[in-house]
Design a protein. Structure first.
Length: 300
């Protein structure tokens, strides 16, 4: 608890880099040791007259308040932190959650355009339903269009879905998905890398895509334009060494044609090929307990 509170205190400092803070903690051995060193240093950019012990106490009080609301607080050094995020460059040092956070979650991200076509929505629902029926978690970003279709289909199939959001976990964005967000928090998981009251910003959604890519074993891009966040996620997934599945809908875009030349990218035509690609990806993904404990991934 002290280390987590020290991390919160560090991240609350003005102008701090979250990524650099995580690296510094790893180098110094502990968050409290780093906080002690920064507070005691006369050369720090923002000298602090408040002792480190008081900063930690205030942060601990803040964490207690979040916990009382049902908000989980997970530091990257906690044993409750998602294991799959530890290996990515954009690893958030702090993660907030509502719902059932599983350290070893096996998820596939299903993403795409907010202004989705009817065919795109149909594909998203079919993929999410099949994943849910196979016991695979469906991850998406809770946006309108493809994201909403994927989350809803997974829930309707009685499966697990994870919403990786681009705002603070107390916020609802878009407002139309308030009920859906609450439902996911009740039976699945909502996670955010931002302070609980953080408003949406232009930068927060690409950051969200990086975490979603890292959380999932693969990303399926159903539909996406040239400037879509799904395009950003596809690029990040390749950087993370995660496979990417592109549908024929996406292949109409120039960016997708370029991406298709990369190793680890599956180009599929039709729902059957898409599901076969996911089956192939999952068959090569180890699980903590071993594949023998995983449901049959063969297509019906």
């Amino acid at each position: 608890m002290i280390e987590r509170a020290a991390l919160v205190a560090l991240l609350r400092r003005p102008g701090v880099s979250w990524t650099e803070t995580a690296l510094s903690i790893q180098e110094n051995g502990s968050a409290s040791a780093l906080l002690d060193r920064i507070v005691a240093s006369p050369e720090t950019l923002f000298p602090d007259a408040i002792p480190a012990a008081e900063l930690i106490s205030a942060a601990a009080h803040e964490i207690t308040g979040w916990s009382a609301e049902g908000i989980g607080v997970h530091a990257f050094f906690d044993d409750t932190y998602p294991a799959q995020l530890l290996g990515i460059r954009e690893m958030p040092p702090l993660l907030f959650s509502r719902g059932d956070l599983q350290v070893h979650d096996r998820a596939v991200a299903v993403v795409g355009s907010r202004r989705a076509s009817e065919q795109g929505l149909r594909i998203a629902r079919a993929v999410a339903t099949t994943l849910a029926e196979r016991g695979v978690t469906v991850a998406s970003g809770l946006a309108k269009g493809i994201d909403t279709a994927a989350h809803t289909a997974a829930l309707d199939a009685g499966g697990r879905t994870v919403a990786v959001i681009g705002t603070g976990i107390r916020r609802y964005y878009p407002a139309a998905n308030r009920q859906l967000q609450d439902q996911i928090a009740e039976v699945g998981l909502v996670i955010s890398q931002f302070w609980p009251d953080a408003q949406p910003t232009k930068q927060s959604f690409p950051m969200r895509n990086a975490v979603m890519s890292g959380y999932a074993v693969a990303t399926v891009v159903v539909e996406a334009g040239e400037t879509s966040g799904a395009r950003i996620q596809a690029r990040l997934a390749l950087q993370h060494g995660r496979p990417v599945v592109l549908t024929s809908q996406v292949m109409r875009c120039d960016w997708a044609k370029t991406f298709a030349e990369n190793p680890g990218v599956y180009v599929v035509h039709g729902t059957v090929e898409l599901l076969e690609a996911i089956e192939d990806i999952l068959s090569h993904q180890p699980t903590e307990a071993g594949l023998e404990n995983f449901p049959d991934l063969a297509l019906r």
